[in-house]
Design a protein around this ligand. Structure first.
Ligand code: COA
Length: 183
């Protein structure tokens, strides 16, 4: 356990796109109600609040929210995402750091929020290891498209991976390598 806060988890700075001032910051326990609302609006299963609080408080994982402020100056939590750490492999799915889900409120999609949440989580992962993983429903073409820019490549297909099962029975295990800094 540790104190949470922007400086301790140090995710991404602000992003500006589509007239939105967007800040990605580590989630606080007080954000959980917003996270539930985003999941419900996205038609996704609700996370278990009893596992979300420990994830927020765990230095080995990162839970982030995107806070957007429009031209009116009023702000709201419009997206969230998390990472997961597996300490053991499951078939082709290595132990290691995984992107553990991302969702954006439908009325804020296609404005770079999902990208900002994913960049923040990957920056955090790259500071710890050179490899990132994620699993996705094979039918979730939007998610696959979202992750393409970081060079995720398919490693395997299966009906499940670690504790994840897939909506349509087929999921894809993806892996990306930390970008090298040009000399
Ligand atoms: C997937 C999701 C998080 C994307 O969020 P977003 O804020 O709309 O994503 P961005 O605006 O950053 O889009 C980044 C890129 O993803 C791709 N993308 C996003 N939405 C897309 C769509 N509807 N159709 C095709 N490509 C899409 C595009 O390549 C886009 O880049 P571009 O806008 O420059 O073309 C959002 O659609 C969502 O919450 N979906 C439901 C939950 C979900 O499926 N999560 C993924 C679980 S693994």
């Amino acid at each position: 356990m540790k104190a949470s806060g922007f400086s301790s988890k140090n995710p991404a700075p602000s992003f500006e796109r589509a007239g939105l001032e967007l800040e990605v910051r580590p989630a606080k326990v007080s954000d959980i109600a917003h996270i539930f609302d985003i999941q419900a609006q996205a038609g996704r299963s609700l996370p278990d609040a009893t596992t979300l609080t420990p994830a927020i408080d765990d230095d080995a994982r990162l839970v982030v929210v995107a806070f957007a402020r429009g031209t009116s100056g009023v702000g709201d939590v419009v997206g969230w995402g998390k990472t997961h750490y597996w300490d053991h492999p499951d078939g082709p799915a290595s132990e290691g750091r995984y992107l553990g889900g991302v969702a954006v409120r439908p009325d804020y999609r296609r404005s770079g929020v999902g990208t900002a949440l994913t960049q923040a989580r990957l920056d955090w992962i790259w500071r710890r290891t050179s490899e990132a993983w994620y699993v996705v429903n094979a039918s979730n073409l939007v998610s696959i498209e979202l992750h393409r820019r970081w060079g995720f490549v398919e490693v395997a297909r299966a009906s499940g991976s670690h504790t994840t099962t897939f909506d349509d029975g087929v999921g894809i295990l993806m892996r990306a390598a930390r970008p090298t800094i040009p000399k």
